[in-house]
Design a protein around this ligand. Structure first.
Ligand code: AMP
Length: 391
């Protein structure tokens, strides 16, 4: 029996457990919080990331370790790596934890980004704003997620308000000013790399955010196969540079058919949840396979699929289960504003049926605005499941 340790016990760890258990894998979870939702279905050690005494016995009881949380300190990953197999590696965590390192890596690997500069002082902010121009976004370099730790600067007069909102975090977390990208749409590519270098990616996913939090994802998402090819090539180059092992996501802005890199998540990702039902092998299963050195599974899509996030509280489950093609995921978390508590994936044999089913979902839940942009995209693009690019 193989045991995989997961640092971080949220819904991502929980879905890893659900995917890995049929492969004969057992799991042990670590999280600083006692009610971490993966703890409902796997043994949970409640301790901090620097509690090396307790982590010592955890390390002895596992065959490999991975992460559901990208902000586990890279030092903890290094410490663990001297005791057991750890994937992804500390370099990947350290790079993805810092927006400046991450965007610098993208550029070095040939993936363009918007203009960006490290901002340490108020004077830096003014100087950078004068150079980049408004609109722009001030963000914390580290520990920002779901749109938190960000301030949108619409005109240069907003600099005071931006500094008031985030200036106090400059010392502890660092700040970055980025040029605002007037993107046509947001997309992501979720990919997996094995320790022998084998690389596979799922079809590019199109994403819609509300208040900085992912609201809906559609896959396969692009009519233009060229975008799939470009996105796969960028993801592969980045993974090779980091000697990355496991699943990761590359978040992209698409403007006039060109890709810009926004950020990478060194873990399974919310925009890949559709792969549980919509692809031959899910991101969770392939992550477990990659980390443990099992052969990778097929990343082809089976159906056009749309994932809808439930943020704050769950809608009425039974109304949704009455609609064909709907798959329900309750993370076992208590409701709280802004918290991801579950998702549903709607699948259909072809795009027109998916649009009809999404319309039914919107009406049943009074959530027409959540499904509307996806329905519009489905009308616009005739999605097919043709073989896209060599994997
Ligand atoms: P992030 O935490 O960087 O993924 O940002 C959250 C969301 O804010 C993104 O998914 C975009 O919708 C938006 N956003 C972030 N950075 C930019 C940017 N430079 N230009 C335009 N929109 C952005």
């Amino acid at each position: 029996m193989t045991t995989l340790g997961v640092l971080g016990g949220g819904q991502l760890a929980r879905m890893m457990v659900l995917a890995g258990t049929p492969l004969g894998v057992r799991f042990r979870i670590v999280d600083p919080v006692a009610d971490a939702c993966a703890g409902q279905i796997a043994p949970l050690l409640v301790t901090g990331w620097d509690a090396f005494g307790e982590l010592e016995s955890f390390a002895r009881g596992i065959d490999a370790a991975t992460f559901d949380f990208e902000n586990v300190p890279a030092e903890t990953a290094e410490w663990l790596a001297s005791r057991t197999r750890v994937a992804p590696n500390a370099l990947s965590l350290r790079t993805a934890q810092d927006r400046v390192l991450e965007k610098t890596l993208f550029r070095e690997c040939g993936l363009p980004t918007t203009e960006f500069t490290d901002v340490a002082t108020r004077a830096d902010l003014d100087a950078t704003l004068a150079r980049i121009g408004a609109p722009a976004i001030l963000k914390t370099r580290r520990e920002g997620y779901d749109g938190k730790g960000q301030f949108r600067i619409r005109t240069r007069d907003d600099a005071d308000a931006a500094w008031q909102a985030l200036g106090a975090q400059a010392a502890a977390r660092g700040l970055i000013l980025e040029g605002f990208v007037p993107f046509d749409y947001e997309a992501s590519v979720v990919a997996v790399r094995a320790s022998d270098g084998e690389f596979r990616a799922w079809p590019v996913t199109r994403n819609w955010h509300v208040d900085g939090i992912l609201s809906a994802s559609l896959a396969p998402a692009v009519r233009d196969g060229e975008i799939d090819i470009q996105a796969f090539a960028h993801a592969r180059a980045i993974a090779e540079r980091l000697d990355y092992v496991g699943v990761f996501a590359l978040e992209l802005f698409v403007k006039d058919g060109e890709l810009l890199g926004n950020e990478m998540a060194p873990r399974v990702h919310n925009s890949g949840h559709w792969t549980i039902e919509g692809a031959v092998t899910s991101q969770f299963e392939n992550h477990v396979r990659a980390v443990l050195g099992f052969p990778l599974g097929d990343t082809s899509a089976c159906f056009p699929s749309c994932m809808l996030n439930w943020v704050g509280e769950l809608p009425d489950r039974d109304k949704l289960l009455a609609i064909p093609g709907v798959h329900w995921h309750d993370y076992g978390k208590s409701p709280r504003p802004g918290r991801k508590v579950g998702h549903a994936t709607v699948c259909a044999p072809e795009a027109a049926t998916l649009a009809e089913r999404l319309q039914q979902v919107g009406r049943a839940l009074g959530r027409e605005s959540q499904v509307a942009p996806v329905i519009e995209a489905l009308r616009d693009e005739s999605l097919s499941l043709r073989e896209r690019v060599p994997r």
